[in-house]
Write a new protein. Structure first.
Length: 695
């Protein structure tokens, strides 16, 4: 592909962007004609697109290689990353299973111990592929632990394969199941399991639309072609999931057409010819069965309870009008687990965890004393488990495993990471700032103790703001390196997320989406006004829906930040629903086909459509993967092409396209470190640092 010399330079680096051709492709929306000059980049099977990707990567990696401290950042990340990491354990049959990474392994390795404490390797995903790009997506054991099925993802794709083993001998017992997508693995005894998938799409497997999900049952020892469709053949739903209660009594089916709101069904498996019974027949609330006691179902729902509540009902007459409240809604968002005959109600209070233990009559047993302010994952297990485990971390504390006695409420340290990072040197501060409309938004700012607020500290502001996803505190090795270099890491808990329940989520969807961008802009303004940083030292970062956040923010307020880092972003808001499962995101976004009002609103903030000629945009490093079949890379391709064509000034616009990588899940450690180091090096270089700021 021909290159065109561009008179943009920074330091000694002169950029020669690929000359991206334009076409006269036009699409009509209501009374508006929209020119889509880079539509051809949507064809991921095209040799021309592949040539463009190669040419863009050549420019990008040449630029990154010129940054003098790029390798130093990468080396520090590798050193800090190189410590043993162990997951919380679970008991399956006569073994205790857990995952472990000795430091820099691309994928975690699964081990087990027998009752004598003897350890053996059970499953090593690093052996799935030479370059570590095939990962373990999910794993599920039969009730007695004698069988196991696990799903693998190749190059980060959402399309999975399921392998079935005899768990005792670790030998494969039958042919691999293929073309499985967005699926759990729900065993019924030892005879088989439920899983979900779509029909294989025509055209590109990575970008073609998939919108009719089906729930199947696979009986062990039979060919996949004979697997029976249990749900979704006559009912067209985009997302269908199946789970089985621990006592094997009920099949639970959830069915949805978007990422918010679902129908709920049950089937009594104790009666072979029982019918599937509808519990909730609309998509106006989120509903799931978390457990049962005989005929009594225990249901988590946000029906008339935006922050969620737990109800009970007889399976014989399970409609919502018969529900009885077990644990009522509170001012904090509820997300429960069950184990050891208890309900562990995990609440989110201003983005940090609070856990209360209840019995099955709804009686409060205790509030669990946590190690500090941060995020907790765990307190789940089987009814007979006598010891439970949980994982605690925050922005300055590496993840630590704790054991928990559900009878006494006593926690003990189970495993402490031996990491070369001194948490005592850093602190986090939660602030509440006002958005454009006066709404109070929480933000947690993390930095080295003793920081002088002079407005010159390199700062990364991170956000997501969508799909009811909450940004709770978490420890990140890459962020730890940023903190070591004297940087600030700030996370804004903006609307569209789930930090304050359904109302908070709904305040950032469809024609309220601008609230999300306003919240993020206000976070940046707060950091600048309070001298944490300034526009010359501010980078904004986000991935997926957060990539949209970055794209919209930088096109609306290009003056506000020095660097923009949109990752695997949803950036073409007029066409996102045309690809893979994108139509299911309409609850959050609406679509350009819904109405003229919705079309106009989407066009008003769609990053691809709001790049203007002659504007000085911040230095931008767009990142994506060539096998991303969640948010197809065409979003990033088109945004990069538009920015490169219209950028004014000398700020670089680069796109880093990872090969054999998808949306992010299962990415090998080597690729994760390389990408993170490149992003931090790019950020500091474009803030004017000739050497690492803390050196």
């Amino acid at each position: 592909m021909a290159l065109i010399a561009v008179a943009y330079s920074f330091g000694q680096t002169v950029l020669n962007y690929p000359k991206t051709k334009t076409t006269e492709t036009v699409e009509v929306y209501f009374d508006s004609k929209i020119i889509d000059p880079y539509r051809w980049l949507e064809d991921d099977k095209s040799a021309e697109t592949a040539e463009w990707v190669e040419a863009e990567n050549e420019v990008t990696f040449e630029y990154l290689a010129s940054i003098p401290y790029r390798d130093a950042i990468k080396e520090r990340m590798q050193k800090l990353w190189n410590y043993e990491k162990i997951s919380t354990p679970s008991i399956e049959g006569n073994y205790t299973y857990y995952s472990k990474n000795n430091g820099l392994q691309n994928q975690f390795v699964m081990y087990r111990k027998d009752k004598s404490g003897k350890e053996e390797l059970f499953l090593d995903p690093n052996s799935f592929s030479k370059d570590g790009t095939t990962s373990l997506a999910t794993i599920s054991f039969s009730k007695d632990g004698s069988k196991v099925a696990y799903a693998t993802s190749e190059a980060g794709s959402d399309w999975n394969k399921i392998t079935i083993l005899d768990a005792i001998t670790k030998k494969q017992t039958e042919a691999v199941l293929v073309d499985v997508k967005f699926s759990g693995i729900a065993w019924v005894g030892n005879k088989g399991f439920y899983y979900s998938s779509y029909d294989k799409p025509k055209g590109s497997q990575l970008s073609a639309k998939t919108d009719q999900h089906k729930l199947y049952f696979h009986q062990l020892g039979t060919n996949q072609k004979t697997d029976k469709v249990v749900f979704g053949l006559t009912q067209k739903r985009r997302y269908v999931g199946g789970s089985v209660t621990e006592d094997n009594r009920f099949l639970i089916i959830t069915a949805a057409n978007s990422t918010s709101g679902n129908e709920l069904y049950i089937k009594d498996l104790s009666h072979p010819n029982s019918q599937i019974i509808n519990v909730v027949n609309n998509f106006e609330s989120d509903n799931s069965v978390i457990d049962n006691r005989g005929d009594k179902l225990i249901i988590l729902t946000n029906l008339n309870a935006p922050n969620q509540k737990i109800v009970t009902v007889s399976s014989k007459n399970p409609k919502p009008e018969n529900w009885k409240i077990l644990i009522p809604e509170t001012e904090n968002v509820l997300s429960p687990n069950t184990a050891s005959g208890y309900i562990f109600a995990q609440y989110m209070k201003d983005a940090v965890s609070l856990v209360k233990q209840f019995d099955y009559d709804g009686k409060l047993i205790r509030e669990i004393q946590l190690p500090g302010l941060g995020s907790v994952n765990g307190f789940n297990g089987k009814i007979n488990d006598t010891t439970l485990y949980y994982y605690f971390d925050n922005y300055t504390t590496p993840g630590t495993n704790y054991s928990f006695d559900p009878k006494t409420g006593v926690s003990k340290v189970y495993q402490v990471p031996k990491i070369d990072f001194d948490s005592n040197l850093y602190e986090s501060k939660q602030v509440f700032y006002e958005s454009k409309d006066g709404t109070k938004i929480p933000m947690i700012i993390t930095y080295k103790k003793g920081l002088e607020l002079k407005g010159t500290t390199p700062t990364i502001l991170y956000g997501y703001g969508g799909f009811n996803v909450s940004m709770s505190p978490f420890f990140s090795i890459t962020n730890a390196v940023w903190l070591e270099m004297g940087g600030i890491y700030a996370v804004a808990n903006i609307r569209g997320g789930g930090e304050y329940g359904k109302k908070w989520h709904d305040a950032g969807i469809k024609t309220h989406k601008q609230n999300v961008f306003d919240d993020f802009i206000a976070a940046a303004e707060y950091l600048i006004e309070n001298k944490y940083t300034s526009s010359d030292y501010l980078a904004i970062k986000g991935g997926s829906n957060g990539g949209l956040l970055v794209g919209a923010t930088m096109t609306q307020r290009p003056d506000l930040m020095k660097v923009a880092l949109p990752a695997v972003g949803v950036l073409d808001m007029l066409r996102y629903h045309k690809f893979t499962a994108g139509a299911g995101w309409a609850y959050d976004y609406g679509t350009s086909e819904d109405s003229k009002e919705m079309f106009d609103y989407l066009k008003g903030y769609s990053p691809v459509h709001n790049v203007k000629q002659g504007v000085k945009y911040p230095a931008t490093l767009i990142t994506t993967g060539d096998h991303d079949d969640r948010v197809v890379p065409a979003h990033s391709f088109k945004f990069a092409a538009a920015l490169q064509a219209k950028q004014s000034g000398n700020n670089p616009v680069l796109i880093r396209i990872e090969t054999n990588a998808g949306h992010g899940a299962g990415k090998p450690v080597t690729k994760t470190i390389e990408e993170a180091a490149d992003m931090q090096a790019f950020t500091l270089f474009n803030m004017g640092f000739k050497a690492l700021p803390n050196n």
